[in-house]
Design a protein around this ligand. Structure first.
Ligand code: RB5
Length: 147
């Protein structure tokens, strides 16, 4: 079954979010774009929370979120239990947060990187599997911090 990916952003990243959604859709992945639809000023925490809750509930396998820097919306997403989200501006980190950290969400900064790089980062994230083993022990330790 195709991976199900939920995407969301704030107003600073509408164009990048839509480009990523179109790219993943063209690759045959199942993409749910939960908005927002307009570029009206909004608040990144609620969009990070909404995508994170979809992933935590199992409604999506992975989440990709966006704001100006990728930082604020990542902080909000990581407050949701079960979420491991990292901001990436390079493909190596995007692959490694999957391989070693079992990240289930990726955050991108639309004011930091260009669209071409964003698509390559997203592909690296989506196409890399968690390696498990000793990395599983460490991810379990992260989860234990949640209580
Ligand atoms: C919005 O102006 C901006 O603060 C937001 O997109 C993001 O960069 C926050 O981390």
């Amino acid at each position: 079954m195709a991976k199900r990916i939920v995407v969301s952003s704030d107003h600073a990243a509408i164009g990048m979010r839509q480009a990523v959604a179109a790219h993943l859709g063209a690759r045959g992945l199942s993409v749910e774009d939960i908005g927002p639809k307009t570029a009206e000023s909004t608040h990144y925490p609620m969009h990070g929370e909404a995508a994170a809750k979809a992933v935590a509930a199992g409604d999506a396998d992975l989440g990709i979120i966006f704001c100006g820097t990728g930082q604020g919306i990542m902080m909000a997403a990581n407050k949701v239990k079960g979420i491991r989200c990292g901001v990436c501006s390079d493909t190596f980190s995007a692959a490694m947060i999957r391989a070693h950290n079992d990240a289930n969400m990726l955050s991108l900064g639309a004011r930091v990187i260009g669209e071409g790089l964003a698509l390559e980062i997203v592909d690296a994230f989506v196409d890399t599997a968690f390696e498990g083993g000793r990395h599983g022990t460490r991810v379990d330790m992260i989860t234990a911090i949640e209580g």
